[in-house]
Design a protein around this ligand. Structure first.
Ligand SMILES: Nc1nc2c(ncn2[C@@H]2O[C@H](COP(=O)(O)OP(=O)(O)OP(=O)(O)O)[C@@H](O)[C@H]2O)c(=O)[nH]1
Ligand SMILES: [Mg+2]
Length: 318
């Protein structure tokens, strides 16, 4: 590894460590209380552990799965000390993440043959779609890819302006129309322009309001259909953005969006400043859609490609 890469990856690790700090400290202080005065993992400890996992937003189903697996180990090995609990938990969580993130690819892979590669970004309002798009554009541009943004959230004028700010910041072209115009038409224009410019990646922003779920989902379907008039197998990715700090609410949103549209990748934002980082584990397990990115701050570089090994390392590093 080059020196530059080493420095860069250690900085990245630091941001991840910092981003997960709140989740970790809350989790381990609860875990400490759960095993206080106990040397052996018994039913009491498992009950307490269950509570710790649920209250850390891992979600009930995933928690039960983890507890069952630990129970099986305890009954097999007869004596399992509470001092081993960290290691066991770490192994089980790493195992769960590997079931969904099956490869070691840690970024959306942009295949050479598909030009433009179209990523449609969806999610309810305020979760961090536009910010994530800006950070992603920066990331792809740094990889030498030509990026075009499409402002298909035409619901609010500010939404278009916000994407414009990111386009300027990253210095990539944006295709937009006026507020209130048809999102599908913006998406169509964006793809046409991207084809003309021979762009590598297109990222489409979409509106996230859910007060009329049926409308929103119909709109997404229409955007998809119209984009297919330009490039027939688009979108290549539907990236669902979830706000990690909303805990169980993020599960609910994932449920609704996956019902309505085929989601291929997840980005979980705002993990900095929240103790609810356990959602990453539960959502990855429950929806079997790979978490591809995590947001650990508001800055342009605060989007990390999700690396399951680093995540677990960082989480269990005391
Ligand atoms: N701390 C932190 N803040 C974030 C992160 N990602 C986004 N935000 C902030 O969350 C707020 C909402 O982000 P937007 O990108 O506007 O969200 P959106 O989904 O596009 O929202 P709408 O356009 O209203 O649907 C902004 O203040 C962002 O700076 C993150 O990873 N960490
Ligand atoms: Mg937005």
């Amino acid at each position: 590894m080059s020196l530059f890469k080493k420095i860069f990856s250690s900085q990245k690790k630091e941001t991840l460590d910092k981003g997960l700090e709140k989740t970790k400290s809350s989790f381990f202080s609860k875990l400490g209380k759960a095993v206080a005065g106990k040397s052996k993992v018994d039913d009491d400890v498992l009950d307490n552990l269950e509570e710790v996992l649920v209250s850390s937003d891992v979600g009930v189903d995933t928690t039960l799965k983890i507890i069952k697996r630990i129970e099986a180990r305890v009954s097999r090995d007869k004596y399992v000390g509470t001092d081993e609990l960290n290691t066991i938990l770490r192994e089980e969580i790493a195992g769960l993440l590997s079931e969904t993130n099956t490869t070691d690819d840690i970024d959306l892979q942009i295949p050479k043959g598909k030009k433009p590669y179209v990523i449609m970004v969806v999610g309810v309002n305020g979760v961090g779609k536009t910010t994530t798009i800006g950070k992603l554009a920066y990331r792809f541009k740094n990889q030498g890819l030509k990026v075009v943004l499409g402002a298909a959230d035409t619901f609010r004028a500010a939404a278009i302006d916000q994407l414009q700010v990111w386009a300027d910041r990253v210095d990539v072209p944006i295709v937009k129309q006026q507020m209130g115009s048809d999102p599908a038409s913006v998406a169509f224009d964006t793809l046409s322009s991207a084809v003309k410019q021979d762009a590598d990646v297109v990222i489409i922003d979409t509106a996230g309001r859910l007060h009329n779920k049926v409308n929103l989902m119909n709109e997404l379907t229409k955007v998809k259909r119209v984009m297919q008039k330009v490039v027939d197998d688009t979108p290549h990715e539907v990236l669902l953005v979830l706000d990690g700090s909303t805990g169980q609410n993020a599960f609910e949103q994932a449920k609704q969006f996956t019902k309505a549209t085929e989601v291929t990748a997840l980005a979980i934002t705002k993990l900095d400043g929240t103790a609810k980082g356990g959602v990453v584990i539960g959502i990855s397990d429950q929806f079997k859609i790979p978490v591809k990115y995590i947001g650990v701050g508001e800055g342009i570089e605060d989007l990390q490609a999700f690396n399951k090994h680093e995540f677990v390392d960082s989480f269990f590093k005391i």
